[in-house]
Design a protein around this ligand. Structure first.
Ligand code: 1GP
Length: 226
C-alpha cells in the first residue's frame, strides 16, 4: 500500500498520554513517513480510537504497534507485531501472538500484519521489565539481528533503547548485518543531531518521548533524516 522501503522517520505516539491538538496536527503534517500508535502501560481501546480519529484527519500513514489484544481495532494502515527476541519468556516471542491468532486468525488481513523482531537494550525501561528481557552483549545482539534476517525473515529488526539514547557503535554494527530486514532504531532521540546520527545507520528512526517533552525539537528530527 505504502512504500515502506523508503521510510526514514516515524513518530511514536502513546495512546495513554495526552497530546495537544495543535502539536498532533504539526506532527502529522511534518513530513514524517508514518505515525505509530503504541505504548506499554494503560493502552486501552478508547485511548487508541481517540488518537486514531485525530490522526485520520491527515493523510499520513498510521500504524498500530500491538501491545495488547483488547486495544486492537480496524482502521490502521498496518499492524506491527512485536516479537521480543531477548525476552526470557516464550510468552513475549510466541504465546501472546499465538493466542491472538487463535482468536482472530480467520479475519486477520495478513498483508497489513508485519512482524518486528525486537531487541530491548535499556534495562531501566518499562518495556524491558514488562517483557522480562535479558540484556544481550554486543555479540548476542548481533546474533539476534542475524536470526531476524536469516532465520525468521522478519520485515523489521527493532533495536529498542526506549527512554535512553543508544550506543551508536552498537547501532552501526547491527546495521552492517541487515540487508533484507529493515533496521528500526528507537530510544532517547531528543535533538536533530541525534536523529541524524542514528539515521546514518538505521533505516528508520522512531521518535517518541521528546514529542511530549519538547515538541518543537521533536519536529526538527524529521528534516534531519531526509
Ligand atoms: C519507544 O523506540 C521508541 O518505543 C522511542 O523511544 O520514547 O525514548 O524516543 P523514545
Amino acid at each position: 500500500m505504502y512504500n515502506i522501503e523508503n521510510w526514514k522517520h516515524v513518530f511514536k505516539l502513546d495512546p495513554a498520554k495526552d497530546i495537544d491538538d495543535k502539536v498532533l496536527d504539526q506532527l502529522c503534517e511534518s513530513g514524517t513517513d508514518a505515525i505509530i500508535v503504541g505504548g506499554t502501560d494503560d493502552v486501552t481501546l478508547d485511548g487508541v480510537l481517540f488518537l486514531l480519529s485525530k490522526i485520520r484527519r491527515h493523510t499520513v500513514p498510521v500504524i498500530m504497534e500491538i501491545s495488547n489484544i483488547e486495544s486492537v481495532t480496524p482502521g490502521f494502515d498496518y499492524y506491527f507485531v512485536p516479537m521480543v527476541l531477548n525476552s526470557q519468556s516464550k510468552r513475549w516471542m510466541m504465546d501472546i501472538q499465538h493466542d491472538a491468532v487463535v482468536e482472530y486468525g480467520d479475519i486477520i488481513n495478513w498483508d497489513e500484519m508485519l512482524a518486528e523482531g525486537y531487541c530491548i537494550m535499556n534495562e531501566q525501561s518499562k518495556v524491558f521489565q514488562h517483557a522480562d528481557c535479558k540484556l544481550p552483549s554486543k555479540k548476542e545482539a548481533i546474533a539476534y539481528a542475524r536470526m531476524a534476517e536469516h532465520l525468521f525473515h522478519f520485515p523489521f529488526f527493532y533495536l529498542e533503547y526506549s527512554g535512553t539514547y543508544g550506543d551508536s557503535e552498537m547501532v552501526q554494527s547491527i546495521s552492517q548485518e541487515l540487508k533484507q530486514t529493515k533496521f528500526i532504531y528507537g530510544g532517547g532521540i531528543e535533538t536533530k543531531e541525534q536523529a541524524a546520527e542514528m539515521s546514518e545507520y538505521a533505516d528508520i528512526i522512531v521518535v517518541g518521548n521528546v514529542i511530549y517533552d519538547n515538541p518543537k525539537e521533536a519536529l526538527k528530527t524529521v528534516k534531519a533524516t531526509k
